[in-house]
Write a protein that binds this ligand. Structure first.
Ligand code: PAF
Length: 280
């Protein structure tokens, strides 16, 4: 497994692989890899000749008061995990390699990016779309792998690829959870022991929503019951709980067709997200 830091080195390697007719799977990450990332890499390993993992904490997707400086980093641990899965190349650029001083081109989206996480993180998806486009242009993968845990991000990337005619298959992979239900996230590391216990309110409420949605189609009723449940946890502060169309991210009144019920909840200072897909 190679670890490279420059765009030129990635391009040279990719050119070589393409000459041999090999397919490439890309797993974009911000590092501090966990089982959720491993599942993406394993899916990529299964279906591609070569697997590239990018590890880049993208400053452009963090707001000025967000956790860019504290975001956990551990390249040695990440490299070992990648090696174990059989990744071929890690692309680990410095911010200066990705963004020149006079960088001024962005990929932006209306609609899908405005609700849910977009409300409290107004510049987030512009940063995500821009960096993912850059990674797609650098690696030119056949397939790219993203987790359903970031359900809105996955919908946004699928739409971007469709709207901008990017010739890349986007593969969404299921949420991976801890044994007790908490969705795996690099940000779980911010939680104290007490907060870690309190954080279970997210997955428990997702399970409640799934159960209610089996018989109740009124989205407002399901969401209200979920919010009430979260409010029983004193350490939790709701950012949002919403039922949206799975493709457009528009709020829905009725849980018909393919919907997503998504939430963001603060546990202490840590903002955690979770979601479930409802198919009716
Ligand atoms: O999901 C993430 O880790 C990031 O948003 C991504 C897709 C790697 C872009 O920086």
């Amino acid at each position: 497994m190679k670890i490279v830091e420059t765009i030129e080195e990635v391009r040279e390697q990719v050119k070589e692989w393409k000459k041999q007719g090999l397919s490439i799977g890309l797993v974009p990450t911000m590092g501090y890899l966990h089982e959720g990332h491993r599942s993406l890499m394993e899916a990529a390993r299964k279906n591609n000749d070569k697997v590239v993992v990018s590890i880049f904490v993208n400053p452009m997707q963090f707001g000025p008061t967000e956790d860019l400086a504290e975001y956990p980093r551990d390249l040695d641990h990440d490299a070992a995990l990648c090696e174990g899965v059989g990744v071929d190349l890690i692309f680990h650029p410095e911010p200066e390699e990705m963004y020149m001083d006079d960088f001024c081109s962005f990929v932006d989206m209306t609609g899908l990016t405005e609700g849910l996480c977009g409300k409290t993180r107004p510049i987030h998806f512009r940063g995500v779309c821009t960096v993912v486009t850059k990674l797609f242009n650098i690696v030119t993968p056949d397939n790219a792998y993203f987790g359903q845990k970031d359900g809105q991000q996955l919908a946004v990337i699928r739409r971007m690829v469709r709207d901008l005619n990017m010739d890349i298959e986007i593969v969404g992979c299921p949420i991976i959870r801890e044994e007790d239900g908490l969705a795996k996230s690099s940000r779980n590391t911010y939680l104290s022991g007490e907060e870690r216990k309190a954080a279970l309110i997210l997955s428990k409420t997702i399970a409640l929503g799934e159960e209610l949605a089996k018989t109740e189609k009124d989205a407002a009723k399901v969401v209200a019951a979920m919010k009430e449940n979260i409010e029983t946890e004193p350490m939790a502060k709701i950012d949002y709980v919403e039922a949206v169309d799975a493709l457009s991210m528009e709020p829905v009144e009725t849980l018909d067709g393919d919907c997503m019920i998504a939430m963001a909840v603060y546990i202490g200072k840590t903002r955690l997200i979770d979601n479930t897909l409802i198919h009716n």
